[in-house]
Design a protein around this ligand. Structure first.
Ligand code: PLP
Length: 490
């Protein structure tokens, strides 16, 4: 940390704490008044400290008064830590960030390029904004059913076919911690006159340790989202939106859209947790991550000796869509056990109360925090070892179902018109040729097979039905069994 840096401070957290404990006459919302008006059960559960710090917007000396207020200083410190020109605290997750960026960069009728397996909030953002996407398919590992990032080459081809596009939305890292070639994609986007937005929700810790991938802004992205709660230390639902210096993304426009999407009562607890989390990453992140990385390495080593398991990670780097990887993700290929990831996950839960982040047919994914307890990692390695030995069976599980080659149907109507248009629910068998009002993704691979505005094909129906038969979840389907689907009225 450079001498004179203000990163060791947490001005918003400090201001909220000071207000909470100095005993002001609280003749304002919230009605619990810092504790006395709250149900005793809630008081016991949260403690009076949390309730005392739960304060509204527009409090003098917190986010009101001479500029910069503690709140403004907190966002500025976050911008400095992430190399942004401007950072906004988000109290509705990175979801809110995707919505704001779509409204700011993809207004009505604007053509944009988006990674096909973007988070659902990106397409929802386009429903709000009226932007029209062309998709870039992610690289795909068919053995593990794992979608990776996009490649600069595929992005170039899509941008050449969509020369009007002014913005590219991509995701890096993926849920599995695989990092795309962000620098290469930034170069391609900029050559085509488009801004690059990177959904770095799964990498809020990137750039805070030399052995972790760098953050997207330092690689040329014009805006990025970090879902701080996912991997770092802030409270669930808190995240950040960052805009890079350089002017490709207009700060005033994003700010306008943030005002549209923001509650007038943002949670001071969530925002204080972002301020604190930024401090922890900026000041102590490197040391904490250093210790965690050493413990993760030992865990990976132990897991790699378990018969039937393969620890996935650095060997993926260099494959299409994978330029780097995040060691704070433990991805296990369980196919050698003759069991599905769902079965391994259930066995772990039943025997040891271990709750993995994600199970798919072929994999199990564990999320490691920036300051994971080394003993917890050691223990989980033992739990997985014991479980694997107990449930291993000869033979392999059925291969992962391959998604249809294109995974991108013809978009005949904008996502906005399809989502908001007059619709009817019909049996799937009658839906071929109709326009979907739904967004449906099978897990794995988490790539939407159908989006609002796309024509439903026989191939997509067959694929989604096969996924249902194998017990995979269909995200977004209004009928989880996929017997019926919502389509636009003709
Ligand atoms: C890539 C990606 N972007 C955005 C989000 C939404 O983040 P949040 O839950 O913070 O709203 C997620 C959530 O899983 C995600 O995986």
């Amino acid at each position: 940390m450079p001498f004179g840096s203000e990163q060791p401070g947490a001005p918003y957290l400090d201001a909220v704490v000071a207000y909470g404990f100095r005993g002001p006459g609280r003749f304002h919302v919230p009605g619990h008044k810092g504790g006395p008006g709250a149900d005793p059960g809630l008081r016991f559960a949260l403690g009076d400290r949390a309730l005392a710090m739960d304060i509204p917007q527009d409090i003098q000396g917190v986010d009101l008064g001479p500029s910069p207020t503690p709140y403004q200083r907190a966002e500025r410190l976050a911008a400095e830590a992430y190399g942004a020109q401007r950072t906004w605290f988000l109290t509705n997750g990175a979801t809110q960030g995707n919505h704001a960026l779509c409204l700011a960069l993809a207004p009505l009728g604007t053509k944009v390029v988006a990674q096909r397996n973007s988070h659902a909030s990106l397409v929802d953002g386009l429903v709000l904004s009226g932007g029209i996407p062309s998709f870039v398919a992610p690289a795909y590992d068919g053995t593990l059913g794992m979608a990776h990032g996009i490649t600069p080459e595929d992005l170039r081809a899509t941008l050449e076919a969509t020369p009007e596009a002014k913005v590219v939305f991509m995701v890096s890292p993926t849920y599995y911690g695989m990092v795309a070639d962000v620098a290469g994609c930034a170069e391609v986007a900029h050559e085509h006159g488009a801004a690059l937005v990177v959904d770095q929700s799964w990498g809020p810790h990137f750039g805070f340790h030399p052995d972790l991938p760098p953050g997207a802004l330092s690689l040329g992205a014009d805006a990025a989202l970090t879902s701080v709660h996912k991997m770092a230390g802030s409270l669930t639902q808190s995240a950040m939106l960052h805009v890079a210096p350089g002017g490709r993304v207009d700060i005033a426009t994003v700010d306008r859209m943030m005002r549209l999407l923001r509650t007038t009562s943002p949670s001071s607890l969530l925002m204080a947790s972002l301020d604190a989390s930024r401090r922890q990453l900026a000041v102590h992140g490197e040391a904490l991550i250093h210790e965690t990385l050493a413990a993760v390495a030992r865990t990976r080593e132990k897991l790699s000796t378990v018969p039937g398991l393969r620890v996935v990670g650095p060997e993926q780097v260099g494959r299409p869509g994978v330029a780097d990887w995040d060691p704070l993700r433990i991805v296990l290929d369980v196919t050698g056990l003759g069991r599905t990831g769902y079965e391994v996950s259930e066995a772990l839960r039943n025997a040891y109360d271990v709750q993995p982040e994600l199970a798919t047919q072929a994999t199990l994914v564990l999320i490691v925090g920036i300051a994971e307890d080394p003993k917890a990692l050691e223990r989980v390695a033992g739990d997985i070892d014991e479980t694997a030995k107990r449930i291993i069976q000869p033979g392999t599980t059925r291969p992962v179902i391959a998604p249809p080659a294109a995974l991108s149907q013809q978009m005949t109507t904008s996502p906005r018109d399809a989502f908001l248009g007059a619709s009817e629910v019909i049996p799937v068998a009658e839906a071929i040729g109709r326009v979907s009002c739904e967004s449906i993704a099978g897990y794995p691979p988490g790539i939407p097979a159908l989006l609002p505005g796309e024509e439903i094909t026989a191939e997509t129906v067959a694929y989604l039905q096969e996924l249902v038969e194998t017990g995979a979840r269909l995200h977004g389907a209004s009928h989880p069994g996929f017997e019926r689907v919502t389509v636009l009225l003709r």
